[in-house]
Design a protein around this ligand. Structure first.
Ligand SMILES: [Zn+2]
Length: 320
């Protein structure tokens, strides 16, 4: 059974993220697949993040070799993955043989089923292999899309498919004329996040280790090690860096994110001292005022969710 804490987090998502979706629906547009480098295309810099409309603004992309295509992340549902596949078919007719999940979160991996049905192998971190707890919570969440601000129609046909090829540190794939290097740099956004690098193109997909223009999701984050991972990312000689959410990243964005994570932790500890779960909205409002101004306008509901999941005690549930 899903833990009460996760269920409560879901309620917060409904309250926080679906509200932000409503607020931004007027500026929401269907994302366009952009050519990033000779072998790489990606959705990037999506604004007006919404759950079903654009997979919470998650970026997803593909690397095209002479023999095969590798897809990086698959969006939030079968419906969204079909849109992605249609866009892929507009740029290449090469077979999609592989999917790499930068991590298991819904907005990056719930579309796996569409690619698996089309014969792709799904690659991810070793910690996801046979993870029953994650499988249970993913199945529960897909059956209750309302907790993520979606409807049953939005997730129709969606089935969570875990990676069937796993690695713990690094893996390299030859797509024909272009190589893909997958690696895990240690815990950051969560403990099973990986990055995808294309050395021939000097193009890097960071997954949710980097958010730009978005408030990061911190519930499973390792705030101590995350800055070290960001420092390791900035040492990679990439000329195009695609974050998990937001536009292409430049070096100063790494500095900004490190500062945000540190300031968030200090402020959240200070403002949450002696407070209850019910105080979360007021603390979140204060946090947004005091966090470094970095144009993080997308998914402000995550600030409250991060407070509830990491800094405040769980709400008191009264027996009925
Ligand atoms: Zn994530």
């Amino acid at each position: 059974m899903i833990a009460l804490k996760n269920f409560v987090l879901g309620l917060v998502l409904t309250a926080g993220l679906s509200l932000s979706a409503q607020e931004s629906s007027d500026k929401q547009a269907t994302p366009l697949l952009k050519k990033i480098s000779p072998h790489v295309y990606s959705y990037v810099g999506i604004t007006g993040a919404s759950p079903a409309g654009n997979s919470f603004g998650a970026n997803a992309g593909l690397i095209v070799g002479n023999d095969a295509v590798l897809v990086v992340d698959t969006l939030v549902s079968a419906h969204e993955a079909k849109r992605f596949l249609k866009d892929i078919r507009a740029v290449t007719d090469k077979p999609v043989k592989y999917v790499a999940n930068t991590h298991y979160h819904l907005d990056h991996a719930w579309g796996n089923c569409v690619f698996a049905q089309n014969g792709a192998l799904i690659i991810g971190h070793e910690k996801l292999r046979g993870n029953k707890k994650l499988e249970e919570s993913a199945s529960y969440a897909i059956a209750h899309p309302e907790i993520f601000g979606m409807t049953p129609k939005d997730t129709e046909g969606t089935k969570f498919i875990f990676p069937n090829i796993c690695f713990s540190q690094r893996m390299s794939i030859d797509l024909g004329g272009v190589t893909v290097e997958l690696s895990c740099l240690g815990p950051s956004h969560n403990d099973s996040s990986i990055i995808v690098y294309v050395p021939e193109d000097k193009t890097l997909f960071t997954g949710d280790a980097v958010f730009k223009g978005y408030h990061p999701f911190l519930a499973e984050g390792d705030l101590e090690n995350w800055p070290k991972v960001i420092e390791a990312l900035r040492k990679i000689p990439a000329t195009a860096v695609i974050p998990g959410h937001g536009p292409l990243v430049k070096d100063s964005d790494f500095t900004d994110l490190i500062a945000y994570l540190k300031d968030f932790d200090v402020l959240a500890k200070e403002l949450s001292k002696g407070k209850k779960a019910e105080d979360a909205p007021a603390i979140a409002e204060e946090m947004i005022k005091r966090l470094p101004a970095q144009n993080r306008t997308e998914l402000p509901g995550l600030v409250e969710m991060n407070l509830r999941s990491k800094y405040l005690p769980p709400p008191q549930v009264k027996a009925q």
